[in-house]
Design a protein around this ligand. Structure first.
Ligand code: N01
Length: 561
């Protein structure tokens, strides 16, 4: 039986970085009656679910946090260069406590449907336990990589051992001692997990479909001097983080690869390798836009693999990489390639020996069957759109979001989809999202949404939608931005949806960089919410404008990542 309808101003789905900040902005700054609903039993979003061995954020801790409050920034102290899920959750708990957020979050509450009622201009949102909310504003804060992709390999249902997906990891961990473990997948997650699984497993076999680059993370504890530097330089760090295309705390070099001699180039790569982390990508300005320039970095990294891995055949399989460096999300690691020098660790190159099926006791490839006690799927996510499709979202004319995005997601600025008024999507498709250090686009989106809602309330608009023309222009611009880079040349990338069979191959994140994106969003506001259609009750007039050509933000120079 349905429960009483709860009437609120704003409903936010998800209690990760996005949802928490959006709650604070709408409740504490606009005074809206706001509720956050969260499937998990606690806050954390991505970091509530991703607790696999070796899990760590690839962004440096002093940039993987909110920047809106100097007080919060200075009060929190990170312990390591890259934070683990536990520490990120502790940080989010600290923020939630400081801002008194928990009282407006409902945990263990999964949204199953959201339907827009045009007459009342309200969203009716239903949860799995039949709670019903009626809300003017609906904001998705559901993350980009939150819908686990478990490949449809025949036979998994009859496997008698244990199996896990890294994005749905048991909270009390998995004991690998004495176990023969198969790990499928060598993306950022698999590259983090394998060395840690190998520490305790009796045997680890890594199944690799696409070889991947990786740069050492060089993780370690932060010393007192660095911690003091971070606190002292909040303003400067914030300025750097918010003025680089990818939202990281370092600038991308303005030097191009062929502006320097071969010798100098190698020294620059060596220094970046020693420093470690995603900063390697910032060594030169043109690494992700010029294939020949990229080849120099790719060759450097492939040689590092060959120098590290002792077995020739394994080294070949790991170093035969089919895409430019950073055209897929570049992993960083702690002794990943070294792991293959251990006697009990081996690699199966699925390009040469594909999986046929999973059996009761192991995995059968074309060359034969291997026995396993545990299978770890580090196989990624139905990224960016997958989570949306788990909710039955129905817009103004009864069309579902699934139908609207059947040929690929179509949004305006990644923030709104035509026909779905008052639905705002934090880091939705078409946002810079995953090409950036995530808290940066999250803060910008949440603040933009707050301002848009404040504008609507001030002018008594009942609804805000975008039109098909504006969304089409934005999708074209997202494609144009991607085409200006090497990113779409990686054909098996989840940026393109290529990891999920049947998913439309559309480049989903905005590759024009965060600075450019921020400028476009501001320009849209300055022009009276250009491309958005705001309506008053019984009033067909709106502030609809002609659509934007996004040229005000200038030329695309260097993408995110
Ligand atoms: O997922 P992935 P991930 N048979 O999709 C393979 C973020 N992240 O979880 O490349 C065999 O990158 C697949 O092969 P292929 C980060 O943004 C962030 O590693 O499709 N193999 C690939 O090797 C990252 O990019 C942090 O050919 C199959 C792997 O599984 C994103 O999460 C830390 C297969 C999947 O790699 C996703 O990373 C970790 C099949 N049927 C991750 N299906 C942070 O620091 C898939 N694969 C924030």
């Amino acid at each position: 039986m349905s429960k009483k309808v709860q009437k609120i101003d704003a409903l936010v789905i998800g209690a990760g970085f996005s949802g928490l900040y959006q709650l604070h902005l709408l409740r504490d700054q606009l005074g809206l009656n706001t509720t956050v609903v969260e499937t998990g039993a606690d806050l954390g979003g991505t970091w509530y679910w991703n607790r696999y061995p070796g899990a760590r954020c690839d962004s440096e801790s002093h940039s993987y946090c909110y920047l809106f409050s100097e007080e919060l920034y200075k009060e929190w102290e990170w312990s390591e260069r890259y934070p683990q899920p536990d520490e990120i959750r502790a940080y989010l708990n600290f923020v939630a406590k400081k801002l008194d957020l928990r009282k407006d979050i409902l945990f263990n509450t999964k949204v199953v449907s959201a339907k827009y009622e045009a007459e009342s201009a309200k969203w009716v949102v239903t949860t799995e336990s039949r709670e019903i909310f009626e809300t003017k504003y609906l904001i998705t804060a559901i993350g980009c990589i939150s819908s686990a992709n478990i490949p449809n390999i025949p036979g998994l249902d009859r496997f008698k051992g244990e199996w896990y997906h890294t994005g749905q990891w048991p909270h009390d961990g998995v004991d690998f001692r004495g176990k023969r473990v198969a790990q499928i997948g060598t993306g950022s997650t698999g590259i983090q997990a394998a060395p840690v699984i190998a520490e305790t497993a009796k045997m680890l076999t890594v199944f690799q479909r696409t070889a991947n680059y990786s740069v050492p993370a060089r993780n370690g504890p932060l010393n007192a001097e660095f911690k003091a530097y971070v606190k002292k330089n909040y303003a400067e760090l914030k300025e750097i983080i918010q003025s680089t295309p990818n939202g990281h705390p370092f600038r991308i070099s303005s030097t191009k690869v062929f502006d320097v001699s071969e010798e100098d180039r190698q020294s620059i790569y060596e220094a970046a390798w020693e420093k470690g982390g995603l900063q390697f990508r910032a060594s030169f300005q043109d690494l992700v836009v010029n294939k020949q320039a990229n080849d120099t970095a790719a060759n450097f990294l492939k040689q590092k693999i060959r120098d590290t891995v002792k077995d020739q055949e394994t080294a070949n399989s790991l170093a035969e990489i089919d895409h430019p460096y950073a055209a897929k999300r570049p992993p960083i690691d702690t002794h990943y390639f070294e792991t293959f020098n251990q006697q009990h660790v081996s690699l199966v190159d699925l390009r040469k020996d594909p999986i046929v099926e999973i059996t009761e006791s192991g995995i059968k490839t074309e060359s034969g069957e291997k026995q396993f006690d545990v299978i770890v799927f580090a196989t990624g996510f139905d990224a960016i759109t997958g989570k949306f499709f788990q909710i039955d979202i129905q817009g103004a004319e009864g069309k579902t979001l699934k139908q609207a995005w059947a040929e690929g997601p179509k949004t305006y600025l990644g923030l709104q989809t035509p026909g779905f008024p008052n639905l705002f999507t934090i880091t939705g498709p078409g946002s810079p999202s995953v090409l950036c250090n995530m808290p940066v686009p999250i803060e910008q989106h949440a603040e933009w949404i707050r301002d848009c809602i404040a504008y609507m309330e001030k002018h008594e608009f009942m609804s805000c939608d975008t039109d098909v023309e504006s969304a089409e222009k934005w999708v074209a611009h997202v494609n144009e931005a991607a085409a200006a880079t090497l990113l779409p040349t990686a054909k098996h990338s989840w940026y393109l949806g290529a990891n999920v069979p049947g998913k439309p191959r559309v480049f989903m994140p905005y590759a024009g960089g965060m600075v450019r994106y921020r400028a476009i969003c501001q320009d849209v506001v300055d022009k009276g919410y250009q491309g958005f259609v705001m309506k008053k009750r019984d009033d067909e007039s709106s502030n609809k404008n002609t659509s934007n050509d996004f040229s005000a933000a200038g030329k695309i120079t260097s993408p995110g990542i």
